[in-house]
Structures are given as structure tokens and as C-alpha cells.
Design a protein around this ligand. Structure first.
Ligand SMILES: C[S@@+](CC[C@H](N)C(=O)[O-])C[C@H]1O[C@@H](n2cnc3c(N)ncnc32)[C@H](O)[C@@H]1O
Length: 282
């Protein structure tokens, strides 16, 4: 009979799926992105990790992930350290409209680590469209998604994720600080909040800080610095003339992606997006 530790050691890490639903999540673009990765590299880094569709799919050990969303990174830390305790807590939670608003009303900073992480994934899975939205006071304010038969997560997925996260550097903060950790032949996949293509594409409201055009100009400078250091970089972004001129010295590919979260139904079709890299892509 194998011990819990042996069972954990046996878990194979390959093609994992995101634990949370995330605005701008890249699950639908995985098959487009994977052939564009460099053939070989040292460390993998995803500094705007969000739901981490590519990070989980690649499941590369010793990677670096970061995000400015404190609740998200706190959640990943609890998954890494206490997957079973977290699962047990989640199993005791009831999905209903009343419970949703009670749990949403709790202050994360007053909860213990496991309760705080459970609140995060509970709200993520039961809120309207998985949209992480906060008000000016950084309070999560997405309404209930009106589905009561939602499965929050399962134990196996938390254990797999925990195993991968144990070898991952998991940082809460600004992407610029994360990029400073990289050196020659590391590979970074940058998936920033997109530059809005219309006034309805309000995807930038992930945390209380928006990511506006000026932030994209700073990001393009960081992209240049990465190239100077010999770091391999690949970025996803919206199709936007302003971006084309910011990255005119790099490789740019146009791709079509289905957008999953939008506030107008006409925004759910396939839309043109950009993939930008500092190494040749086809
Ligand atoms: C497009 S989403 C990433 C989606 C992710 N690739 C996925 O598959 O789910 C962008 C992420 O960048 C984070 N973010 C926004 N501004 C940031 C900053 N200055 N530094 C680090 N992360 C930031 C947001 O919290 C959000 O999770």
C-alpha cells in the first residue's frame, strides 16, 4: 500500500488545466501558442499569469509566475502548501445565491489562509462569467452567476497543481520586478491586460489598477530590454495600430481567438489578436 507521499510523488505533470476561470485566459489559444515557443530555453516565466492556461499546459518545473492580483497569488500559495486542507474546506461550502453574497461580503484579510483561498476559488467559480472585478476599494463586486450546480474543483487537480507549484517561484507584484530575475536563454510569455480595442472591451479591470496605453509603452521598453539581455520573449496582445508601431522591430503574427468574456454578446466571436516575439516565428 503506497503512502500519501508516494502517491503524491507518482503524480505526472503534463497538460494540466487552469484552476480558475480568468478574463483573457488563453485556453483557446494554447494550440496556436505552443508551436511558437522557442525550441529550447532555460527557465519558463509567466509574469502576468492570471489563470495561467499556458503555464499549466506546459507544466514545466522550476518556472517563475507572478501577478499583481494578491488574492490570486495567495490562492496559488495555499494550493501549493495545503491542497488537502483547501479541498476539505471547499467541500463544506454550499453554492447558493445567499451563500454567495455572504461569502463575497467577508473581508479576505480577516480570514485564515485556507478560508481566504477557498473564498477566492468559490467566488471565481460561482460568480457571473468568472469575471474578477473589484471596486475602488479593491472589494470584489461581481454578481452571482445564477448556477447552483457548479463544481468548484476536485482533489486530484489541487494535488497536481500543488506538485507543480512546489517547484515554481510564485510572486505577487509588478511584472517589471519579475522580469529582472530573468537572464539569457530564459523564456518569458507575456500576456498583459490587452490594450482596449473599443470602449466595451473592459478587460483591464483585473485589479484596482488599470493597464492603459502608457503602460503598454513601458511594457514595450521592457520587451526591448529583455531582447538586449538575450531573454526569449513571446507576447499576446490585441490587434491595435498603436501596438504595431511600438513593436515594429520585432516579429509579429496575427491570429484569431475566440473571446470568452465580454459585456456585449456581439464581442464573443473570433477576433484578431497579435503575437509578438523577439525571435523568429512562422
Ligand atoms: C490577460 S490576463 C492573463 C491571462 C492568463 N494568460 C491566462 O491564461 O489566464 C492579465 C493578468 O495580468 C495581471 N496584471 C495586470 N497588471 C499587472 C502588472 N502590472 N504586473 C503583473 N501582473 C499584472 C492581471 O491581474 C491579470 O491576471
Amino acid at each position: 500500500m503506497k503512502t500519501e507521499q508516494q502517491l503524491f510523488d507518482d503524480i505526472s505533470l503534463k497538460g494540466l488545466k487552469p484552476l480558475v476561470k480568468w478574463a483573457g485566459g488563453k485556453s483557446a489559444l494554447i494550440s496556436t501558442l505552443k508551436p511558437l515557443l522557442p525550441k529550447s530555453f532555460n527557465r519558463y516565466c509567466e509574469p502576468f499569469v492570471g489563470g495561467g492556461a499556458l503555464f499549466w499546459d506546459l507544466s514545466i518545473e522550476n518556472s517563475i509566475i507572478s501577478d499583481s492580483n494578491e488574492e490570486l497569488i495567495h490562492f496559488y500559495k495555499v494550493v501549493r502548501d495545503y491542497p488537502e486542507e483547501l479541498f476539505n474546506f471547499i467541500s463544506s461550502m454550499v453554492v447558493s445565491e445567499d451563500e454567495y453574497y455572504r461569502i463575497r461580503g467577508l473581508s479576505p484579510s480577516l480570514l485564515d489562509d485556507i478560508h481566504r483561498a477557498a473564498r477566492f476559488i468559490y467566488l471565481n467559480k460561482t460568480c457571473y462569467n468568472g469575471l474578477y472585478r473589484v471596486n475602488r476599494k479593491n472589494r470584489f463586486n461581481t454578481p452571482f452567476g445564477k448556477k447552483e450546480d457548479v463544481k468548484i474543483t476536485d482533489k486530484e487537480r489541487l494535488l497536481e497543481a500543488s506538485k507543480l507549484l512546489k517547484s515554481t517561484q510564485n510572486i505577487c507584484g509588478n511584472y517589471i520586478d519579475t522580469l529582472k530575475l530573468l537572464s539569457k536563454n530564459d523564456f518569458v510569455y507575456l500576456d498583459p491586460p490587452y490594450l482596449a480595442v473599443s470602449k466595451y472591451s473592459d478587460f483591464n479591470r483585473y485589479t484596482k489598477n488599470f493597464f492603459v496605453y502608457e503602460d503598454h509603452v513601458v511594457l514595450s521598453d521592457e520587451f526591448r530590454k529583455l531582447s538586449d539581455k538575450g531573454v526569449l520573449a513571446l507576447m499576446s496582445n490585441s490587434f491595435n495600430e498603436n501596438l504595431l508601431s511600438l513593436y515594429e522591430n520585432f516579429y509579429i503574427k496575427e491570429v484569431y481567438a475566440s473571446r470568452q468574456i465580454n459585456c456585449i454578446s456581439s464581442g464573443r466571436g473570433k477576433i484578431k489578436e497579435l503575437i509578438i516575439s523577439n525571435y523568429p516565428i512562422e
